[in-house]
Design a protein around this ligand. Sequence first.
Ligand SMILES: [Zn+2]
Length: 398
Amino acid sequence: MKLTELEQKIADNIAARAEALLDDLRLHVNTPTGKGHKPGLDETRERFTARLAALGATVELFPGERKPDWLIGGSPDTEPPPTAVCRRTREGLPRIMIAGHLDTVHDPESNFRELTIGPDGKTATGPGCVDMKGGLVIAVAALEALEDAGADTSWTFFFNSDEETGSYHSRTVMEDESRAHDLGLALEPALPGGELAIERMGAGQFMIECRGRSAHVGRAFTDGVSAVNKLAECLVEIAKMPDPDKGRILNVGPLQGGSVVNAVPDLARAWGNVRYPTPEVGEEIGKMLDALATATDAVPSVAVLRSFNRPAKPMLTETEALGLRAREVAEALGQKLPFAKTGGVCDGNIMQNVGLPTIDTLGVRGGGLHTPDEWIDLSSLVERCQLLAILIHRLCSA
Ligand SMILES: [Zn+2]
């Protein structure tokens, strides 16, 4: 379907914002939000929510929940960051949930701190430029352009601050909001060729904790029960579990065990990560790991703690239909939107798992995610903003 007159007006309005989009990207990339950096997260959240409030949205802040203590990087001493939900819903229109994360993986103290335009002027590098400050910048601009053009839309904009660390602080509110909406749009960067990720694997974390009995190696070796030896046995079993052809993936590391060389260690731990293409394979991995556990009073004992926090995101008919609508818009704009699968995970996994059909790579194009070479294709600011705006317009006009 070709662009209507109103859609052309929206697209033109966005094209005229090219410079403003770049300025806004610079502002947000230069405000650090990695490693839980509170001042940057607060500032960024306030900037975006104020612009949405100016469009008539109500802004609600939900306090963050705590993360399980046993996770690597778990239980930080600092207050978990809040989640912001900005609602501007209209009776009779579909309930669209737009989701984006304010955090990046980048250390605010590192040398990679600013948006730097490349020599050809076509690309730029900067922390979070593509994952996902670019996505947030275009989404807020898309809603403003729709308003400017007089298009009536209905949406909820969800901002969390912990996607890169597993969305533990924002999970409950994300699930509640997902259940209360009809369609989900998430702003993760497009795949390298501009593709829309239509299928994602699930992911999770686990910890194996072995406890034994401590004893002096020289005086009472036979009284000791080594937790390290028990952990080693478990790790041999875990090494037999992966079946990559089935998409059953388990990786172990880091490890921890004992504290001195002259005592039989009474505590040893291993952390690990799993990936699975379907909920069934996820369950299968969970059962295999759980089978390693012993009674708590056994000596040695084995405890299995796990958090499979990113459910698999298989392609559903509703998700495909939403992807096809996005592709129609892309084609009307003279763009292409192929579909692809990915092993990467994002909040789209959680949203769709509770029943919200979600397409989740509607952000900008670029690459080098999570590295000091993270880059953005600058032409994608306008292109993807147009795509998102007209998609939202069409979803609200159906
Ligand atoms: Zn991301």
